[in-house]
Design a protein around this ligand. Structure first.
Ligand SMILES: Nc1ncnc2c1ncn2[C@@H]1O[C@H](COP(=O)(O)OP(=O)(O)O)[C@@H](O)[C@H]1O
Ligand SMILES: [Mg+2]
Length: 291
């Protein structure tokens, strides 16, 4: 089966296309379609992974439901039959990969929570002993578990890579009240997710979530705790002091690095075996988490 790289619905204005999602604007609501596009190093790759959008959409739906006692989310329906016309007529294209969502005004800060030291957190710790202005104990290694999970926000850059910011800067951007609220909610979501995943043998090293405001109320939007937004590690294989194999597009990133690509558009094509391996990883984490 071919991957769904972009959607087009006759009779409605073209969607806004994010790196992964096609977003149809329906005034106070959005029809959000998770395509099979893959981005790496913030560049959209020429190839997709068949059904990746469906898998990530189902993982998000699973987590949104788990978090309902902590925070409301943007989902209205994931059932194509409940979508407005003409979307309801495009079941084959949309089923499993689409949601009807409440349109929120998205808070311009990526809410990242880290329980382990990896990626940009590890880099920043090595350089200055802290992450987003939070000083961490000396002697931590790559992939070390942190004494407690930390809130390490970043700004949503219009182009290029996101920039880590301190909590002070977060307050300047969001206002003190909203900054405190999203920090509290993000930490609680991470906490609950970690303990659910832990029981299934999965470590959530870190995760990124987005919040939006509707009628003065803060809700979760976008995607939640997917392999695109989180680092999932196998508890059985976990080893402090080295980089971990994660259930995300690491296979793809490693391949791209091996080609010597300059990390600017256009990216090289992926060989079929790399696509197959990445696809298998996505399916595996879906099965483990939702079993
Ligand atoms: N409920 C919502 N209301 C408004 N915007 C939303 C909502 N949910 C998600 N979004 C936005 O839709 C986009 C999702 O598409 P995606 O492909 O993930 O984009 P990006 O390339 O910015 O990551 C993001 O910009 C996200 O902020
Ligand atoms: Mg996104």
């Amino acid at each position: 089966m071919e991957p769904v790289l972009r959607t087009e619905i006759p009779g409605v204005p073209a969607p806004r296309r994010g790196k992964v999602r096609d977003i149809y604007d329906l005034a106070d609501r959005l029809l959000i379609v998770a395509t099979d596009r893959v981005s790496a190093f913030d560049v959209i790759l020429p190839d997709g992974i068949t059904d990746k959008g469906k898998i990530l959409n189902r993982i998000s739906l699973f987590w949104f439901r788990q978090m309902e006692d902590i925070v409301e989310n943007h989902i209205i329906s994931s059932n194509v039959e409940e979508f407005p016309s003409p979307f309801t007529n495009y079941r084959d294209m949309l089923e499993g990969r689409s949601i009807l969502a409440r349109k929120a005004s998205v808070l311009p800060v990526e809410c990242i929570v880290r329980g382990y030291l990896s990626g940009s957190g590890w880099k920043s710790y090595q350089a200055e002993g802290m992450v987003c202005g939070i000083t961490l104990p000396a002697g931590l290694k790559e992939s070390s578990k942190l004494p407690e999970p930390i809130f390490t926000p970043s700004t949503k850059a219009e182009e290029g890579h996101d920039i880590n910011i301190s909590f002070e800067e977060t307050k300047n951007i969001l206002g003190e009240k909203n900054a405190e609220k999203v920090k509290e909610l993000a930490l609680r979501v991470y906490d609950k997710a970690s303990s659910i995943a832990e029981k299934k043998g999965i470590i959530i090293a870190d995760t990124k979530m987005e919040f939006g405001v509707i009628d003065n109320k803060i809700i979760l939007v976008d995607e939640l705790l997917t392999p695109d937004s989180s680092r999932f590690w196998s508890k059985a294989n976990y080893r402090e002091g080295v980089a971990q194999d994660s259930f995300d597009k690491q296979i793809i990133r490693d391949y791209l690095i091996s080609t010597g690509w300059d990390m600017k558009s256009p990216a090289p094509h992926l060989p079929p075996e790399i696509i197959a391996k990445a696809s298998a990883r996505y399916k595996e984490i879906f099965r483990i988490l939702t079993a």
